[in-house]
Design a protein around this ligand. Structure first.
Ligand SMILES: Cc1ncc(COP(=O)(O)O)c(C=O)c1O
Length: 350
């Protein structure tokens, strides 16, 4: 099936051929009884790939089954204090904080930003940063509008506090300096095209010092191969955030998905995505559609065209998402032919 009309990478990215083959290869070998250690070598490959993509050291990266799992880990590892987050975030970046607060570990400042279309800004944070604020959690790219957060400015504004970033809508499609953050979490099922059940979290050295995961299991402890009944201390590296082993098939898929981005070069992928998203903005503006995505964007472009437009697009074979009732979220990838965008806009604008 051709993916030419698939403009929905912000929902999920169809798994690439390389990721599919890598995951099948693990399943095939597992079905033949290959030793577990050989299969789990894929974990190291995925960790190294995520480290290369984000600029963090491999010891500072841990694999995760989703964005939510990574954020839950961060939330249940926070030192006591207040965590600020915007109510405009995708719920995956709200519930971990609410649940950790319910468990009595932290308190949450769930802010209503002046402009709910954008991730938190420095202005939103200005009056909210209290002495007991220990962290701010923000998404790199808004799932509802494509607005990008100014991570460097937020870093600057919050000083020594931890900056947690839900990176899934930007990972693999923007050339971001992820290292301004202390915790960078991403699932691999969208722009990285690695399938569900894949993802990772990267931690700054400071985050590894301050975060003590409650949800740390036997693989998160030193000497995990010693089944002596003794409680061992948590590992010092990011693997302290594991509860058990992950799926080597998922690891292999993630390593392959990220590998494709790395072999093309994140700069090149980001430029190709930007060209397509910019073309969509231009075409929509030409048709006088109300475009809510600003010039500084990643791969998401949203225009208020109504639910009928979404239905028309579906009939014409275009996959998009309807957001907030009347917004059409277009999300092309670097592989989307530029020529189909005009057709999509024609269909959408009626
Ligand atoms: C900003 C953002 N965070 C998180 C998620 C999903 O999180 P998870 O990987 O836990 O499904 C999405 C999309 O579904 C999203 O847009």
């Amino acid at each position: 099936m051709s993916l030419d009309r698939y403009l929905n990478f912000a929902s999920y990215g169809p798994i690439t051929g390389a990721a599919l083959a890598a995951s099948h290869d693990i399943d095939r070998r597992a079905a033949a009884g290959a030793p577990a250690a050989r299969l789990h070598a894929a974990d190291d490959r995925a960790t190294a790939a995520a480290a290369a993509l984000t600029g963090f050291a491999p010891e500072n990266v841990v694999l995760s089954s989703s964005t939510s799992a990574g954020l839950m880990q961060a939330a249940f590892a926070m030192p006591p204090g207040r965590v600020l987050v915007s109510r405009a975030e995708f719920p995956a970046n709200l519930y971990p904080w609410w649940r950790a607060a319910e468990a009595g570990r932290i308190s949450v400042g769930a802010l209503r930003p002046a402009d709910p279309r954008r991730p938190l800004t420095v202005d939103d944070l200005a009056g909210a940063l209290t002495a007991d604020t220990v962290a701010v959690s923000v998404s790199a790219v808004s799932f509802r509008t494509g607005h990008r957060a100014d991570l460097a400015a937020i870093r600057e504004a919050i000083g020594d506090r931890l900056l947690v970033v839900d990176a899934i809508q930007g990972m693999g499609v923007v050339d971001e300096d992820w290292q301004v953050a202390d915790v960078v979490v991403s699932g691999g099922q969208k722009w990285l095209r690695s399938g569900w059940g894949t993802g990772f979290a990267a931690f700054s050295d400071r985050a590894l010092e301050r975060l003590v995961p409650a949800l740390s299991g036997w693989t998160g402890a030193e000497r995990s191969g010693q089944y002596s009944g003794d409680e061992h201390p948590r590992r010092r590296d990011a693997r302290r955030f594991t509860m058990t082993n992950g799926s080597p098939g998922a690891s292999a898929a993630l390593a392959a998905g990220i590998g494709e981005v790395l072999s093309t070069g994140i700069g090149e992928v980001a430029a190709a995505v930007h060209v397509r998203a910019a073309e969509l903005r231009r075409l929509l503006a030409e048709r006088r559609a109300e475009v809510v995505t600003p010039e500084e964007h990643a791969g998401i472009v949203v225009a208020r065209l109504g639910a009928d437009a979404h239905a028309r697009l579906a009939v014409a074979g275009f996959a998009t998402t309807l957001v907030d009732g009347d917004g059409i979220r277009f999300a092309p990838h670097a592989t989307t032919p530029v020529a189909v965008l005009a057709e999509a806009v024609d269909v959408a604008c009626g």
